[in-house]
Design a protein around this ligand. Sequence first.
Ligand code: FES
Ligand SMILES: [Fe+2]
Length: 346
Amino acid sequence: MLKNFWYACEFSSAITNKPKQVPLLNQQFVLYRNSQGEVVALLDRCPHRGAALSNGWVENDCIRCPYHGWKFTTDGTCIEIPANQPGVPIPKKARIDTYPVQEKYGFVWLFWGDLPPEECPPLPSFPEVTDSALRSVEIESTCNAHYTRLLENSIDPGHSAFVHAHSFGSGMNQEPRLPDYKVRLEGWGASALLNLKQHKPRGFFWKFTHSKDYLEIKTTNTFYMPNLAIAYIGIPTKLILFVAHVPVDEQTTISKFIQFRSFLTQPWADGIFHKQSLKVCLEDKQVIESQRPRVVPDDLTAELHVPSDALSITYRQLRRKCLDMGWGLTPDISLSDHTNGVRIQV
Ligand code: FES
Ligand SMILES: [Fe+2]
């Protein structure tokens, strides 16, 4: 896990004026909206006895702990301790850490690091997904795996003919060879354009978009450190898959996808796209949960690479660069209440 990045951690649509717990980087945060509609992010742990504030409620933009009712402002200051007699001062240490957040591209982004956000990599730019003519669906999938393996899977063109042989890769299994491609480095990310030639896959989506049996599809796979991948699938119509692999802890990742489409934009079609995407996630999950070591190796020589792995090699190199800069986070399991994706009930 890496520090000094903005993390897409939750769908914007999931944050309301009701506090919501967001697990990220071995910790729990609580997010809610104030009366201006702005997102507030605090550590989800009351400084009094450690209760989760996300089980509390919002009052005049402040958050009230559900255990003994302490009340905190959006900057984390405690302003009320109900059990105290009048005149008893509030301890100076009665405060909660707060975090910079911003909203963009349908996600809430939380900054985690020890450098000022201005000195760290900025949010990448995805102008394509701001096209208001696009219809989107949100998909969420939890995987018992490290986020680095999920990210690599998102940018790996070589697995589709096998892992997705019964979904969108069904047209590739007779011809799994991939064209050579070039990797374009873009600051803290990289992308690759692939011209894929394949038989038309089975299924509703391809039937609707293509009349020919043999297709040429331009696909651009892109990733940005530390956990974002985006696929632009250039068919006559547009399909964009934007995913944040949210690192919950060393064993658990919640992948949050927003799929944008320029066709079949009627709301009734959302369910079809949602169901198809979930099926693809489950296909990936079966393989990814089996990978060992769980974390993508830091050393490039630890696994084998072929030309179609070029984009994931670039990801490993950039990850190595972050670790060399001292941006790696040491796992602290004492902070986590997740093990193998299951909450520990003590
Ligand atoms: S634990 Fe929050 S007020 Fe006591
Ligand atoms: Fe996949």
